[in-house]
Design a protein around this ligand. Structure first.
Ligand SMILES: [Zn+2]
Length: 939
């Protein structure tokens, strides 16, 4: 049978048996609880292997904790809310070919069915069912009784309660703000709505008004302090401009279209750009008349379509002006170390090009230098009218640029010549529908006040109490919280929960997902009419406030029922481990902390947050825009469940991105197959003689490895843990089998029973299959192995680990010499030297320095350094045991000659002590022997 078919058949069999035996349904009991969740998915497309990685990581922890004897709750739910679902639905309505093709070809969905997805609810429900099927196929040990969606009417009551609480505490505010907005879909967009998952960044641009006749040029700039040297206004002569009623602003047509989303603009008439050239307008600060000049370098799409011309500090202005006018007057206003008086023209000479794209780096670096090092010139005072001089002298001239910038804006504002427009600074950003995102100013928008200083500092402090894996992610979370802005928490469209005080608004998807994990604790028991789930009900169940007898009257639930809900919440909460992909460090995970604090207080914060890296396919991050989405169903179909699970786990560290490729899955598949075959063979062996050295070594080394794996599992180093389980265990068993003529089945069975339990969290299906060769019950609910199950024989470990290390050394030498040995000569050093090495090892463990080591051993420091250098190459297990157990290298080798010869495939081995006078010196290696590193000659 093809191996994927074999693994999938095994998986289906055990999934069915687990479900029938209901072993993953968790109810409160007297055992220690463990509550673990993953960030729930948006139901807008099938699960891919990126989801798979996060879910498998959490499932390994869930299964591991269950095998530690804890009562584990691992529930699952689905996010129906908001724009991620809606935008896919609208794309289908529009007939978006890319998406429809993906649905048909990549996801194999019936085209007739796809038509139904124009209704977002149909889309969400289809993928809810599809995702659930895949989560089950992946073997997740989930309690499915507690499943829900974010449009469940009872869930809606919880969120309404949460939002009323937040509002009462002053954490919901309303204000006017600028947001990224899709003009086509007509709603605000965030990272999850854009092509390539780009968060649109909004930049504020200052507008300085230059007035002349009955027109006002609202020039846009990010450097308002240069207005002192603005002796021109630049426009694009090729563009069309629009005059605005009321303000008399003159805007390029492109800017007019964008700025309509930011302010009320009524167009009066159009003017061709070239007809504006030559007009005279007034610099609002200096009061001087300046000329409007045409320049092809002015981008009519940026800002307002006109800029104030500052040739002294803007290379492109200088370039445009000199091309149009020939002679350019230059008025410098900032002194910056490293630049002369006229940085604008200077940069052009320096760069030696007139190509704006090539100039960009030079211009950026001028901006940066002037911002951080520039000082406003003293003589700008002479540029302004008398009444303004004292202000400019006091607050602007001689000051650093950041300070001068602020003061200039204030001055302009007091003159009534200042305004603000917004731009997407990382643009162009495109909506999933294809339209370019614009900035919209929204009035009376509801926000969660994540910038509230008290709430923010409370959350910062609380983060200290949460374990974050990996450690670096905690720093990223702290950074995210530090710079957290308030978040628009409602949308006018999409599925989801309505804002309790404004039924026209839907709570957005990153705002209704901040305490939803609490709902899992009671979701399966909540059958009452949703309307009856009043605030008092939630206050009692979630916070323990109020009188259950009173609440019983309102809800129609019995007091016992209410109490059992309260107990269930109290038993499971808080979360013990919360899992998500790395992208959620920026938003969801901080929101989760903020909201848990606000609603439940410090004692109910999640105890641990685990973040994993992305999955790359073909060397690239998986993304719809790269068109390299790898659906989970395909991975499972092609490779089998357990190989996919383990390959996502062993290929890289948790925090790193991992490549999902054929070779890594294949290696895992082969290894699992080998272990399975080995177990089958062991089950057929007949029992034989008593315990010998190899058996003693095998049990001891397994003891050692179980200890190591447990430590790695606890520190979430799943990669190393499963590499040991998959590969090192197999090596150990293979070595054992080549040490003995008649393997001892009782010992092998014992080892395999331990190994299967180590494997079970990662590859639960094949583990059940192997377990049942020897046992009746489910390995999924057995105890995870502990080292105490095995007796350690230190002497056996030292001797056979020494032999295994010797085999490695011989292999290394023969691979360097590129020669397969037929015969070996081995010289071992004397036992005194080994004594020194053991003392040094013990000293290092006690953190002794080189001087102390020297007095402990009576040896010179230089000699000790050479020993320490050598020690780092020794296997850890040998170092750990050799401290306690001595070894006679000569005797050990001679007693294990047969094993050595078999493993190394040589015909003859001669062994000598190097201090034996009569021993021959072959190829000068006799005196090369060092403790634990014999002199080796290959012939
Ligand atoms: Zn759109």
């Amino acid at each position: 049978m093809e191996s994927s078919a074999f693994f999938n058949e095994v998986a289906r069999k055990w999934q069915e048996k687990w479900e029938n035996a209901r072993i993953f349904e968790a109810n409160p009991n007297s055992a220690e609880k463990y509550f673990i969740t993953v960030a729930f998915p948006y139901t807008n497309s099938p699960l891919h292997i990126g989801h798979g990685r996060t879910y498998v990581t959490a499932d390994i922890v869930a299964r591991y904790q269950r095998m530690q004897g804890r009562n584990v709750l691992f529930p699952f739910a689905f996010q129906f809310t908001g724009t991620p679902i809606l935008s896919i639905s609208e794309s289908i309505k529009r007939g978006d070919k890319d998406i429809i093709n993906d649905f048909i070809n990549l996801y194999r969905i019936d085209p007739e069915r796809i038509k139904e997805f124009q209704d977002p609810l149909k889309l969400a429900e289809y993928f809810r069912d599809d995702m659930k099927k895949m989560a089950k196929a992946l073997g997740l040990s989930v309690d499915w009784r507690r499943e829900f969606t974010t449009i469940d009417p009872r869930f809606e009551q919880l969120i309404k309660w949460q939002f009323r609480k937040l509002k009462d505490k002053g954490f919901i505010v309303t204000s006017t703000d600028a947001v990224g907005f899709c003009p086509n879909d007509n709603f605000p967009v965030g990272m999850h709505d854009t092509k390539g998952d780009v968060e649109p960044e909004i930049q504020e641009m200052d507008v300085v008004e230059f007035e002349g006749g009955d027109l006002v040029f609202p020039t846009a700039t990010t450097r308002p302090e240069t207005v002192f040297g603005a002796n021109y206004v630049l426009i694009n002569p090729e563009a069309t401009y629009v005059v605005i009623r009321g303000s008399h602003w003159i805007l390029s047509k492109d800017a007019f279209q964008k700025l309509q989303y930011q302010r009320e603009l009524v167009p009066e008439r159009e003017i061709a750009g070239k007809n504006l050239v030559g007009l005279k307008v007034r610099n609002p600060i200096t009061g001087k008349d300046v000329q409007v000049v045409g320049s092809k370098y002015v981008d009519s799409k940026l800002g307002t379509g006109s800029v104030m011309g500052v040739p002294a500090h803007e290379p492109l202005h200088y370039l445009g002006l000199s091309e149009s006018l020939g002679e350019v007057e230059v008025i410098p206003v900032i002194n910056t170390e490293g630049y002369g008086d006229f940085p604008g023209p200077e940069v052009l000479t320096l760069a030696g090009t007139k190509n704006p794209a090539e100039l960009k780096d030079y211009i950026d670096s001028l901006y940066r230098e002037e911002y951080y090092k520039g000082i406003m010139r003293e003589d700008i005072v002479d540029l302004v009218p008398d009444y303004m001089r004292s202000t400019v002298k006091e607050r602007i001239s001689g000051k650093r640029v950041p300070e001068a910038r602020k003061a200039t804006v204030e001055l302009l504002r007091s003159l009534g010549k200042h305004d603000v427009v917004y731009e997407i600074s990382n643009g162009p950003v495109y909506c999933r529908c294809g339209a370019e995102i614009v900035v919209k100013v929204i009035r009376d928008q509801w926000y969660v006040a994540y910038d509230n200083p008290l709430w923010k500092s409370w959350t910062m402090k609380a983060l200290d109490r949460v374990e974050v894996v990996p450690e670096e992610a905690k720093k990223d979370m702290a950074k995210a919280i530090f710079s957290m802005k308030r978040r628009a928490c409602s949308r006018s469209r999409g599925l989801g929960v309505r804002l309790p005080w404004d039924e026209t608004q839907i709570v957005d998807s990153l705002s209704d997902s901040t305490i939803y994990t609490a709902f899992y604790t009671i979701s399966h028991k909540l059958k009452v009419d949703p309307e009856k789930l009043s605030d008092q009900f939630w206050d009692y169940v979630m916070l323990g406030q109020g009188d259950p007898t009173e609440i019983s009257k309102v809800t129609g639930m019995s007091v016992d029922e209410l109490k059992s809900l309260r107990e269930e919440f109290n038993y499971w909460y808080p979360l013990d481990s919360r899992h998500s992909g790395r992208d959620l460090v920026q938003n969801h995970l901080p929101y989760l902390l903020y909201n848990h604090l606000a609603i439940f207080g410090e004692n109910f914060l999640p105890r641990r947050i685990v973040v994993n890296g992305f999955v790359r396919v073909g060397g690239k991050k998986m993304s719809k825009s790269f068109r390299n989405i790898y659906p989970l169903y395909r991975a499972i179909e092609e490779y089998g469940v357990d190989p996919v699970r383990l390959s996502l786990t062993v290929s890289s560290e948790l925090a790193e991105d991992t490549d999902f490729d054929v070779n890594s899955v294949k290696a895992v598949t082969d290894q699992l197959r080998r272990m399975y075959d080995l177990a089958v063979n062991v089950s057929k062996l007949k029992e034989n003689e008593s315990m010998e050295l190899p058996e003693k070594w095998l049990l001891s080394i397994v003891h050692y490895k179980v200890d190591e794996v447990s430590r790695l599992m606890n520190s979430m180093d799943l990669r190393k843990a499963f590499n040991i389980i998959l590969y090192e265990f197999y090596e150990i068993l293979r070595d054992y089998l080549s040490m003995v003529n008649n393997p001892k089945p009782s010992v092998l069975t014992k080892v395999i029973n331990i190994w299967v339990r180590l494997l079970a969290p990662g590859a639960p299906h094949i583990a059940e299959e192997i377990w049942h060769i020897f046992n009746e019950d489910f390995v999924s609910v057995k105890k995870f192995p502990s080292p105490e199950e095995l007796v350690v024989d230190g002497q056996a470990v030292v001797q056979l680990e020494y032999i295994r290390y010797l085999i490695d050394q011989v292999r290394e030498i023969s691979s360097l010499a590129n020669k397969q040995p037929e015969k070996l000569v081995i010289y071992v050093s004397n036992t005194d030297e080994l004594g020194v090495l053991r003392t040094v090892l013990r000293g290092l463990k006690e953190r002794k320095n080189i001087r102390e080591l020297s007095s402990m051993t009576g040896q010179r420091e230089e000699y000790l350094r050479s020993i320490i250098e050598r020690i780092q190459y020794l296997p850890q297990v040998l170092k750990d045991f050799i401290i306690i157990y001595p070894i006679d290298e000569f005797k050990t080798i001679t007693e294990n000659l047969n094993f050595l010869m078999r493993r190394l495939d040589v015909d003859e081995i001669q062994v000598y002590r190097s201090d034996e006078v009569t021993a021959p010196d072959i190829k000068g290696k006799k005196f090369n022997a060092l403790p634990l590193m014999p002199g080796i000659v290959i012939i």
